[in-house]
Design a protein around this ligand. Sequence first.
Ligand SMILES: [Zn+2]
Length: 407
Amino acid sequence: MDGLQTGRVFRRFVILGVISACAQQQVTTSPRTTATSSAISVQDLTSRLYAYADDSMMGRESGTVGNVMATSYLAAEARRLGLEPGGDNGSYFQEIRSTSTRFSPGSVPGSARNVVAVIRGSDPVLRNEYVAIGAHNDHVGIRRPAIDHDSLKALNKELTRLGAPFWDRSIPASRRAAARAEVRLNIDSLRRIRPARLDSINNGADDDGSGTVAVLEIAEAIAASPVKPKRSILLVWHTAEEKGLLGAKWFTENPTVPRSAIVAQLNMDMVGRGGAADITGGGPDYLQVVGSRRVSTELGDIVDQMNRARPRPFRLDYQYDANGHPERIYCRSDHYMYARYGIPVTFFTTGLHAEYHQVTDEAQYIDYEHLQRVADFVHDVAVHVANLDHRPRVDRPVGDPGAVCVQ
Ligand SMILES: [Zn+2]
């Protein structure tokens, strides 16, 4: 999720035990991914995400070597799964060039690139159309100065316990003071067991490691299925989402398949949390849906119908899709760049939480079963849309693609 476009600053009212030493000690150590099965499984999502959100990826910021490593991993996986390259010059990569002031790719070659792959459809005509599934491959890089992981974790827990959403500005001062005392208590007892653990890596396990590995798992499942969907499946792991949706902007302005042939885009960004401790109203069946009727009422209806038909439906939360919602979620992830061209979209997310854009967004805090069920659902919607005898009907007005997004 892109935090920069909101124009709002998250207020962190207390950080205890912050140690601004220059050490950049790594807190997580993780296994590398190995073999995977064709099913969308908790095991595969876990091994993939521990690898993808590992400290060695250095926060995957576009413009840095971390983004080269992350995208190299994705391309290697796409090759291993037998996906067709969908990027430039027969490769899996589409390098983006941007003049945005937020973006300084520096001298690292290929340090900001989309990863693009295709699973060819089975119908001789419909295979020329595409259902796009996306996530973003980048995150926000290194945090300077380093911070004590456990202090931050304790603070985040306390912020969430305040009841109101953690970004709520209305938390009273007295409540804040109580929270501060609570955090200090936790840290004091923790310090008797172990010293401070400095952490400087924004691992982005949820944002958007979760969506990224979900796309891989969906691709693996479809690539292994004996009967392919009628339409082709277009997989795009966008870069520079955190810089202002720049990878998705680049891809939709320089598409590697005809833009008019993309019949829908399903986006996943932060799909690995959403528990009761993460967000108001959260729980194991919690899922936010945003934008699904903003271009095509039919696509929104399909998402709802398919959810109701599941053995264990999600509790879909549409409140963040409301016109004028202050969080502007519809404008803050890659799907918007497709929607502005009249491509029906749906954005799936388990929502913001206290670990958002913090060094504590790590693989150990992901709910892998929740993530598995979201990936499974998006897989089913994608295959259903890819097998429709018509494209999802566009029945909402499409504005100027260059205009500023308004939710
Ligand atoms: Zn983000």
